[in-house]
Design a protein around this ligand. Structure first.
Ligand code: HPA
Length: 235
């Protein structure tokens, strides 16, 4: 067992979907997987294993922000030898023409966090998605007729900073949305030769102030979960 995931050896699949919200992990397991088994309830951060179209898959909650995400990604990789991690989460749009419910595949994850600066001795690392998974998600989205946007996103350390202008420079540089996790996932995964991808749905628009209703969120989470699962079974 690891410090924060109460699974025994062999209980976590090689391929893991990683929502931030543990209740979303439960939702995905209950709605998409067969033969589900809850392998961890430590700190209420649920983890489930199950089967999707014959493939063993786990769904692990990882919390909010880079530090929490880093804990779960580290333990999945180092204790449970996970090989593929697909984050399924939400993000805020920083463009007026990217609306609620749209799907964003994070090609790269910029950040205002200093965590990588510390790691890279003051230099900037550009965390990117796994290219193989990126090609596959693009192909699957085309096949099932789901519109997706592929581009940079931004992982922030502060949900509430009070200064909405801080997004301007990022949107001017083509960054599509903001969330709080993918920089950590991409950085840890690449160093461990693990494949990672973040699939996000837009839950709010920072410029217009619009936020998705509970129903819209659930619909979006269903859609990106399906996209993630269909992507990982193409292996
Ligand atoms: N900011 C940061 N993280 C987020 C947001 C946001 O607006 N929406 C979903 N995750």
């Amino acid at each position: 067992m690891s410090y924060h995931i109460g699974a025994k050896d062999g209980e976590v699949a090689e391929t893991v979907l990683l929502p931030g919200d543990p209740l979303r992990a439960q939702f995905i397991a209950e709605n998409f997987l067969e033969d589900i088994y809850c392998y961890s309830k430590v700190r209420g951060m649920y983890g489930f294993s199950g089967v999707y179209q014959g493939k063993k898959v786990s769904v692990q909650g990882a919390g909010m922000g880079l530090p929490s995400t880093s804990i779960y990604v580290n333990e999945l990789i180092n204790f449970y030898r996970v090989k593929t991690i697909v984050r399924v989460g939400t993000c805020g749009s920083i463009h007026t023409d990217i609306g609620l419910g749209e799907k964003i595949i994070a090609l790269g994850a910029s950040t205002d966090s200093s965590v990588n600066r510390v790691k890279f001795n003051g230099q900037d690392f550009a965390p990117t998605a796994d290219f193989d998974l990126l090609q596959k998600v693009n192909a699957v989205a085309g096949k099932i007729g789901m519109d997706i946007l592929i581009g940079g996103i931004y992982s922030t350390d502060s949900f509430y900073l009070g200064n909405n202008d801080r997004w301007k420079v990022w949107s001017e540089h083509g960054v599509l949305g903001v969330e709080m996790e993918s920089t950590a996932l991409y950085t840890l995964a690449v160093a461990a030769k693990v494949r990672a991808l973040s699939i996000l749905m837009v839950s709010d628009n920072i410029i217009t102030g619009k936020t998705a209703s509970g129903e819209e969120r659930e619909k979006g989470i269903r859609e990106i979960s399906k996209l993630a699962l269909e992507t990982i079974i193409t292996e």
